[in-house]
Write a protein that binds this ligand. Structure first.
Ligand SMILES: O=C(O)C1=C[C@@H](OP(=O)(O)O)[C@@H](O)[C@H](O)C1
Ligand SMILES: C=C(OP(=O)(O)O)C(=O)O
Length: 410
């Protein structure tokens, strides 16, 4: 099993061409396929999660393996339900433990033909494409917003459009808004009609030229590096102020951790102010993918924290609540958890391991959020570093560009 041993430079200096957003790439691909567009989206992400989506849509094989990509699994399940043909969609062992029942039930209620090929409620699925006749359903909004995005994107091609009524606390809401935004850009009519209801008109997509912006979730690891370094000059290319991505809110949260953002014509420049607050309390329900970044950053900066809204973390690439607590303990931090949805730390410490090896549990964000810890823990090792390819294949190359030394150990 490969591990990377990391050593940080005295000063981090880098201009980084971030990967394109996988969330935007995968939506643009599905919308484009549904609209049978004549333009192809440009600057698509080169990450695994987007590559599996491109493959699924272009090869049109009977069995589709989307590996670990949650968006591809959920979006394609809805897409294949309305696309002529017979398909089986599967993924990694972990993907076969990530729930999909809410989406399957919603699609079946609309008229879809979907069967579980293994365990009830989980992938793999057998899907036969058919015409969906019903146009109004209720479903839970408190497990994964990807089910909702998946349904919304097929809305314009349904005979009578689609109205969704969401129950429970709506989690990851900016991702639903991202879907609506992109659908409208591509000529659809889709909008919130009440705080918990969304309607999509039966109006086909138009083909438009479209370029994917850089990924704000990926940017967060560079903010983290700036926050943990004593000196850093970091420029991140391809980010916009008025981004479609909810994770752009990370910039504001980082301003409270001593990193401010200057927007330029090319992207952003990070500035260290050194003014970090004494304690960070934040609801992360809208930005769950930044949880690992903020938990690791605050602990290493010695800033006590309380993060709420983390109820989706247990069903992501790994159980991120458990993974964060185990791996931070190796560095000497005792993080507490409450009700599977809160992580907090009041400064409790334990003796750190002498040569900590951070396990990544097939989770790209475990690798990317712990690598910057090498700034304070020289010779820190990251196990199975190749996991980063799920969203950011060039992450290690970019760290090298920024002056980090990376030695591969076996
Ligand atoms: O729609 C999307 O692109 C995503 C939605 C979020 O998932 P949940 O809605 O399951 O929280 C997020 O964690 C994931 O990385 C990408
Ligand atoms: C949760 C994530 O991805 P997905 O759910 O799309 O697999 C992620 O990228 O952090």
């Amino acid at each position: 099993m490969v591990r990377y041993k990391l050593t940080s430079p005295p000063m981090v200096k880098a201009t980084i061409q971030l990967p394109a957003s996988k969330s935007i790439s995968n939506r643009a691909l599905i919308i484009n396929a549904l609209g049978k567009g004549s333009y192809s989206p440009e600057n698509l992400s080169d990450c695994d999660d987007t590559q599996v989506m491109i493959k699924a849509l272009t090869e049109n094989k009977e069995t589709i393996d989307i590996m670990a990509a949650g968006t591809a699994m959920r979006f394609l399940t809805a897409y294949l339900s309305v696309t002529p043909g017979k398909h089986t969609i599967t993924g990694t062992a972990r993907m076969q433990q990530r729930p999909i029942q809410i989406l399957v039930n919603a699609l079946r209620e609309l008229g879809a033909e979907i069967e579980y090929a293994g365990n009830e409620g989980f992938p793999p699925l057998h899907i036969i494409g058919t015409e969906l006749k019903k146009n109004e359903i209720a479903l839970k909004g408190n497990v994964s917003s990807q089910y909702i995005s998946a349904l919304l994107m097929i809305g314009p091609v349904l005979k009578n459009g689609l109205t969704l009524h969401l129950s429970g606390e709506i989690i990851s809401r900016p991702y639903i808004n991202l879907t609506l935004q992109l659908m409208n850009d591509f000529g659809a009519k889709a909008a919130w009609t009440a705080p918990n209801s969304i309607s999509v008109a039966p109006q086909p997509y138009e083909s438009i030229p479209f370029t994917v912006e850089s990924d704000w979730s990926a940017a967060s690891y560079w903010y983290q590096i700036a926050a943990l370094s004593s000196k850093a000059e970091i420029e991140l290319l391809g980010l916009f102020h008025h981004s479609y991505q909810g994770d752009s809110r990370g910039a504001e949260v980082f301003s409270r951790l001593g990193i401010t953002t200057e927007f330029t014509a090319k992207g952003v420049k990070l500035k260290k102010t050194g003014n970090a607050l004494k304690k960070l309390e934040e609801d992360l329900v809208d930005i769950p993918d930044l949880a690992q970044t903020f938990v690791v950053t605050c602990a290493l900066l010695n800033i006590p924290f309380r993060f709420t809204g983390l109820q989706s973390l247990k069903i992501k690439e790994t159980d991120r609540i458990t993974a964060l607590r185990s791996e931070l303990k190796k560095l000497g931090y005792l993080i507490e958890e409450e009700n599977d949805s809160v992580l907090m730390w009041n400064g409790e410490r334990c003796t750190p391991e002498q040569t900590p090896i951070i396990q990544t549990y097939e989770d790209h964000r475990m690798a990317m959020a712990f690598a910057p810890a090498a700034i304070l823990y020289p010779d820190l090792q990251i196990a199975e570093p190749e996991v980063v390819s799920k969203s950011y294949p060039n992450y290690w190359e970019h760290l090298k560009q920024a002056g980090f030394q990376i030695i591969s150990e076996k």
